[in-house]
Design a protein around this ligand. Structure first.
Ligand SMILES: [Zn+2]
Length: 289
C-alpha cells in the first residue's frame, strides 16, 4: 500500500474557492483508491481512508455507532455518522452500526501517512516548559474549560457537507502530524494545520455548527474557538487576535468567527486549525471538498 502524499491535497487547496456540492457528498475529491474501496462496503461510505483522515456514511437513524469495537455514539435523525482515523491509526478501521433491524459492518483499509520533523526555535521558554506557578494555574484553568467543551456531542450532522478552508488566502506554515522539536525540546506531534496570514485576516466557519468554547486569551492557544459540527466532531481555531463569536452561538458555513493573530505560543501570525473527534485527532484540511 502506498503512503499518500499529503502535499497534493494542499496544492489545490490553497486559495481554492469553496465548492459546495450537497449530493453526492464529497464525490469530487475522493482519490481513486478510496473510491474503489467503497464499492464493496455498506453505508455509502465517503471520506479519506488514510491516517488522520475520516469517513462519513449513512445508515439507520439513531442507531448505535461502534468503531473498532467501542460504542462511539449514535447516527443522526437522518442516519448520518462520522468516524475519524487517528494520526497513528492502524491498517484497518471497523465500523459497525447496530439497530433493532440488525447490524451492518464495514472494515476499511487505512493507508499510512508520512510525517516530517519540524523544528521551531525562538519561542518564549515559559511557553515550552512552563514552571511559573501563575502560568501553571492559568494552564489548568484553560484545560478545564477545554475539557468541558470537548465533552460536547450534539446530535447534528453538519459534517456530512465537508469543509471549506477557514481562510481564503494563506501560506501553509505547518503540516498536520509533524513531530515537533520546540526550542530543541522534543514535544508531542503537531495536531494542527497551520495557515500563515496577516494579523486581522478574517476567519470563516468551514461548516455549520455550535460554538462550544470562545475564549479571547488562553495561555497556549491565545484567542481560541471550538465548534461542534455534530456527534462530537470539533474544529478548533487557535492564536486568534480577536474572537467574534460566543459560546452557545450557532454558526453557518462561511460565517465570520474571528481574526488571525499570534496570541499564545506562536512565533508569528497564523491560524492553527485543528480537528478532534472524541479522543482522535484528524487533519482538518482532509475534510475540505
Ligand atoms: Zn499549529
Amino acid at each position: 500500500m502506498n503512503a499518500h502524499d499529503r502535499r497534493h491535497v494542499l496544492t489545490f487547496g490553497v486559495g481554492a474557492a469553496a465548492a459546495w456540492i450537497a449530493s453526492p457528498v464529497f464525490a469530487q475529491t475522493i482519490p481513486a483508491d478510496d473510491q474503489a474501496q467503497t464499492k464493496n462496503l455498506p453505508f455509502n461510505l465517503k471520506g479519506r481512508f488514510v491516517q488522520s483522515g475520516y469517513c462519513v456514511g449513512q445508515a439507520a437513524p439513531k442507531a448505535e455507532l461502534w468503531v473498532d469495537g467501542t460504542l462511539r455514539g449514535y447516527t443522526s435523525d437522518a442516519g448520518w455518522f462520522y468516524a475519524g482515523f487517528d494520526r497513528d491509526a492502524g491498517t484497518t478501521c471497523t465500523i459497525e452500526v447496530r439497530s433493532p433491524a440488525g447490524k451492518q459492518t464495514a472494515v476499511l483499509k487505512i493507508a499510512a501517512m508520512t510525517y516530517d520533523v519540524q523544528r521551531v526555535d525562538g519561542l518564549p521558554p515559559q511557553t515550552v516548559t512552563p514552571t511559573d506557578p501563575d502560568v501553571l494555574a492559568r494552564i489548568a484553568r484553560d484545560t478545564a474549560l477545554k475539557n468541558v467543551a470537548f465533552a460536547s456531542h450534539t446530535a447534528g450532522d453538519a459534517f456530512k457537507g465537508g469543509f471549506i478552508y477557514p481562510l481564503t488566502k494563506y501560506v501553509v506554515s505547518g503540516h498536520f502530524g509533524n513531530q515537533r522539536v520546540l526550542n530543541g525540546v522534543p514535544k508531542s506531534p503537531h495536531m494542527g494545520f497551520d495557515m500563515a496570514a496577516p494579523t486581522g485576516t478574517p476567519i470563516r466557519a468551514p461548516q455549520a455548527g455550535l460554538v462550544v468554547l470562545a475564549e479571547p486569551d488562553m495561555f497556549f492557544e491565545g484567542g481560541l474557538t471550538l465548534i461542534d459540527h455534530g456527534q462530537g466532531l470539533i474544529s478548533m481555531y487557535l492564536h486568534q487576535s480577536k474572537v467574534n463569536v460566543k459560546k452557545g452561538n450557532t454558526v453557518v458555513q462561511g460565517q465570520n468567527i474571528g481574526q488571525v493573530g499570534a496570541k499564545g505560543r506562536a512565533t508569528g501570525p497564523h491560524l492553527c486549525w485543528r480537528l478532534k473527534w472524541l479522543d482522535r485527532h484528524m487533519d482538518p484540511s482532509l475534510m475540505v471538498i
